[in-house]
Ligand binder design. Structure first.
Ligand code: GCO
Length: 449
């Protein structure tokens, strides 16, 4: 393992650093505790009771039917996913990864506990991903046991009153496919379509929504341009070609899932950043938006919904990322605490797609060891969602990333996005006060003042 989380230093100045890499670089040495004190000097750590009271005071209501959920991804929580490109990347000599995913949260075994946690929070849905390399460990060879596992998981969620929202590809690709060129090859879309047919056939009567490829823009850029995801390449043009293959994989998946699971809404979940103009950055801003977001949004025409995933903003000047404004709070992940980014990106997604697709926030959250700061972030982000809805943007639900403290890709287990803490030795789960806070907001379907 490289162990050095400041892996992004060498990429600053290139277009891709402003596109996505800020979301994953981290290691700026800034204390999250100090940031929280700046942001919320009066607020103490809320226990569950206080949190409930905070959230049930009359506030601004969300529309009836607005859905509440939380999300995870297979490789980040299951453990032992040895047969995909990420495991290989984590274990390659000189890897940029801080550590191996290892046992992760042991959720392959402990998914019933996770389902109990979501049920305990009273959330409507749980978004999780199926691991392609477990279901299809060798090309064309499908594991009945793995399919049965995910089917039981969906059934178990439903038995607890939770809607299963299934992501078909969340960053990981089986090794047998990477050996064929992975997403560099046009073959990948066809292979992915076949996998989607098998999975959607199995889960047709138990899942409630299907997300095809999670953040294809991140996969292409981080893997083929920034070199910080597998396969670790740094070729901008190749990353654009991979992006196009991922878009075609999405389209193939939409067709496959619709055919195998009629009536299940299908959509893409896209990483969006609140790119803002710094003086002189007009041209660069347009170019970044085009490559990072628009080519993927163009691939969503005809879908049933769009999943919007937002964490922060970036100021764009003539040379790309213009840096932080003086004095802004910077998080442990290396990017700015800027919860207003969510409302702004929802507006942009709505405008760009001409209001053709219902929007769901399929990810939003904060990596912090200060749980009070988490509540502050989500509170402000949700206020932005309400503002966007009031302006006419059709936002149907909010999903917090993540249920658990989990494997944050090249950064390992240091960033803490979870509503629930996980003991790294025993895997014991312990909900944080923010979990009770979000639970109360969901129960009230309203945001406290
Ligand atoms: C993402 C991711 C997650 C990350 C999260 C926090 O879609 O980028 O789905 O895998 O853990 O975004 O960085």
């Amino acid at each position: 393992m490289g162990g050095d989380t400041d892996v992004g230093a060498s990429v600053v100045g290139e277009e891709y650093d402003v596109i996505v890499s800020q979301r994953y670089l981290g290691g700026n040495g800034c204390s999250p505790g100090a940031i929280a004190r700046t942001l919320a000097p009066e607020r103490g750590r809320a226990d569950a009771g206080e949190a409930h009271q905070m959230a049930t005071t009359p506030g601004r209501a969300f529309p009836a039917g607005f859905t509440w959920g939380t999300a995870t991804a297979a490789h980040q929580i299951e453990g032992g996913n040895t047969n995909n490109d990420w495991w290989a990347f984590e274990h390659a000599p000189g890897s940029v990864c801080a550590e191996s995913s290892g046992d992760a949260c042991d959720s392959w075994e402990r998914w019933p506990e996770d389902a109990d946690l979501v049920a305990g929070l009273g959330l409507d849905n749980y978004r999780f991903s199926v691991e392609w390399s477990r279901i299809e460990p060798a090309e064309g060879e499908f594991s009945r046991a793995a399919l049965g596992h995910y089917r039981r998981q969906c059934e178990g969620l439903r038995a607890r009153g939770i809607d299963p929202v299934v992501t078909f590809h969340h960053f990981t690709t089986p090794r047998w496919l990477t050996a064929q060129g992975g997403w560099e090859s046009a073959l990948a879309a066809e292979r992915f379509g076949r996998f989607c047919t098998v999975v959607a056939t199995e889960l047709a009567d138990v899942m409630t929504m299907a997300c095809t490829i999670n953040e294809p823009n991140i996969v292409a850029t981080m893997g083929w341009h920034a070199g910080l995801f597998p396969p670790g390449k740094t070729d901008k043009d190749l990353s654009y070609a991979v992006g196009a293959n991922l878009v075609s994989g999405h389209r193939t998946a939409v067709e496959a899932i619709r055919e195998a699971a009629p009536g299940i809404p299908v959509g893409l979940t896209l990483s969006m950043t609140d790119y803002q103009l710094a003086p002189g950055g007009e041209e660069r801003l347009a170019s970044i938006r085009h490559h990072a977001e628009d080519v993927f949004l163009d691939g969503t025409v005809g879908d049933d919904f769009l999943g919007v995933q937002v964490y922060t903003r970036m100021l764009i000047g003539p040379d790309g990322w213009a840096g932080y404004e003086p004095g802004v709070p910077v998080l442990d992940m290396g990017y700015e605490f800027y919860p207003q980014s969510l409302g702004n990106c929802l507006r942009r997604a709505w405008d760009y797609t001409g209001g053709a697709l219902a929007l769901y926030v399929t990810e939003n959250g904060i990596g912090t060891t200060d749980d009070t700061q988490r509540v502050d972030y989500v509170h402000q982000a949700l206020a932005g969602v309400l503002d966007a809805i009031a302006e006419g943007v059709d936002v149907r639900g909010y999903t917090y990333w993540s249920l658990l403290d989990n494997f944050e890709w090249a950064l390992g287990y240091r960033p803490r996005f979870g509503l629930v803490e996980v003991d790294r030795a025993t895997f014991a789960r312990r909900p944080k006060p923010s979990a009770a806070w979000l639970s109360a907001v969901a129960a009230a379907n309203a945001l406290p003042d």
